[in-house]
Design a protein around this ligand. Structure first.
Ligand SMILES: C[C@H](NC(=O)[C@@H](N)CCCCN)C(=O)O
Length: 457
């Protein structure tokens, strides 16, 4: 390819700069997603929440995505109007939802005021989280499509891995920082939310820089004669949707996605409480342990992504990650295993699993589905995944409240036995292994190329 035929995406500095900018927005989104997780014991102690309240509030993340088909609508908008407008809308929605959640936690409401059977505070916080969840998920599909747009034929899995790694720094901070921020602000439980809200506004503003870059990319692509890239901008059609639905590989990857993530992200929502209850950790330090999980993924996701780019073996990588999940949650479930060193090792291994599967899963979607249907495909996969992100935290909250309380009724501090929740997480792991094998089998029959490298020779 001579210089005259090059578009902006062919320049490494340009495509990596685009990646950095969208990664910042996602980092802020992931931080806010999990910022309340280490606060569960405090929400119960200081604000009078129950585990059921917490489970219901946490499940709100997926409400609009699942029931109002917001991801589906977001995917159509993305394929129709492109990443510039969709990304801006999504990050704006994140800021609005986060503001409402902050308002709910920062204020006190008249005792006895309830909405849908929950206190006004829990209900408003949940509504804010539901709005935020819509924004961050649509942003997620937008960023996935942006990466394909800039990196297809280049370091696509590495770029996806790096973006996820940066986002996971947000999760790491969400685990390690909130209790320290609360302490610093003399027990103000809303302070971590305020801090995070400021970051989200920064993420929103940084997206404007991406918009400028995207416009330049488009202009440069118009100059490229062969018209290859313009194929990807045909937009949504119901024919495409039918084609995505009719693809068996799509369903295997979507089901693997919901099963795998159901045993990781919802686990993180309860991890601090779990380590306090099972491993007897001090509440102020218990958030540090789940913080190790995203820490490992920072380095490993890009490494595994790089391996997939160069060597291939995508389906095998997903099988190994799923098997690890079963072993980890299985050991967490064993009663009497309360050694903190073992807990550290298992959390680090969970980080390996959370690096292996996503590093291979997301780039594999682009191998199964044509680029012009990718917005729709990513949004449908996220939609299926959101059933788990919504339902599983709710399930765990209800199970904890109904079957796992070990403290005497009316005790000042409620304690839990996490055996059943861990078995539930392990069950999702077992099903993930089954679907990872089905995917590998389908790849052999249909020749998606999941075991082949991503990079052009
Ligand atoms: C890339 C992938 N993202 C997702 O699965 C999102 N739908 C959910 C993000 C939830 C953030 N805690 C990932 O993070 O691996």
């Amino acid at each position: 390819m001579n210089t005259a035929q090059k578009s902006l995406r062919d320049k490494p500095v340009a495509r990596w700069s685009a990646l950095i900018i969208v990664s910042i927005t996602m980092f802020c989104g992931y931080f806010f997603t999990d910022v309340m997780s280490p606060l569960k014991p405090l929400l119960e102690k200081d604000l009078g929440w129950t585990s059921g309240d917490y489970g219901w509030f946490t499940s709100a993340y997926g409400w609009f995505n699942v029931f109002f088909f917001m991801l589906f609508i977001g995917g159509i908008i993305l394929d129709k109007v492109g990443a510039r407008i969709t990304g801006l809308l999504a990050s704006g929605i994140m800021v609005i939802g986060a503001s409402l959640k902050y308002y709910a936690i920062a204020n006190t409401f008249p005792e006895g005021a309830t909405i849908l059977g929950h206190s006004k505070q829990v209900a408003l916080a949940a509504l804010g989280f539901a709005i935020f969840g819509t924004g961050v998920e649509i942003m997620g599909i937008t960023v996935s499509k942006i990466i394909v747009r800039w990196f297809k034929g280049y370091e696509m899995a590495l770029a996806m891995g790096l973006q996820v790694a940066v986002a996971r720094i947000g999760t790491l901070l969400a685990m390690a920082a909130p209790l320290r921020i609360v302490d610093y602000f003399h027990g103000n439980i809303a302070a971590p939310l305020a801090f995070c809200l400021v970051l989200l506004i920064i993420g929103f503003l940084s997206y404007f820089v991406y918009i400028v870059m995207d416009k330049k990319l488009e202009a440069s692509m118009e100059k490229v004669e062969d018209g290859q890239e313009s194929d990807s901008e045909e937009g949504f059609s119901f024919k495409d949707l039918k084609a995505v639905f009719a693809n068996r590989g799509f369903w295997y990857i979507a089901i693997l996605c919901v099963l795998f993530y159901s045993s990781v992200f919802p686990f993180l929502k309860y991890a601090t409480d779990f380590f306090i209850n099972k491993f007897g950790m001090a509440p102020e330090r218990a958030g540090d342990l789940p913080g190790l999980l995203p820490l490992g993924t920072l380095f490993l996701t890009p490494i595994f992504g790089g391996i997939y780019d160069k060597v291939g073996k995508g389906a095998t990588i997903m099988i190994i990650g799923s098997i690890l999940l079963v072993l980890i949650h299985g050991l967490f479930a064993v009663e009497g295993l309360t050694n903190v060193t073992l807990a550290v090792i298992l959390v680090l291994l969970l980080g390996v699993a959370l690096s292996l599967v996503p590093s291979a899963m997301w780039p594999s979607v682009a191998k199964i589905i044509p680029e012009k249907q990718l917005g729709t495909a990513f949004s449908m996969i996220f939609w299926v995944q959101n059933w788990g992100l919504m339902g599983v935290p709710l399930l765990i909250g209800v199970v904890l409240e109904k079957f796992c309380i070990t403290s005497a009724p009316g005790a000042e501090k409620v304690t839990y036995n996490y055996h059943i929740p861990m078995l539930i997480f392990m069950g999702f792991g077992v099903l993930s292994v089954v679907f990872a094998f089905l995917l590998k089998n389908a790849d052999k029959k249909k020749g998606y190329g999941l075991e082949l490298p991503n990079m052009k020779k």
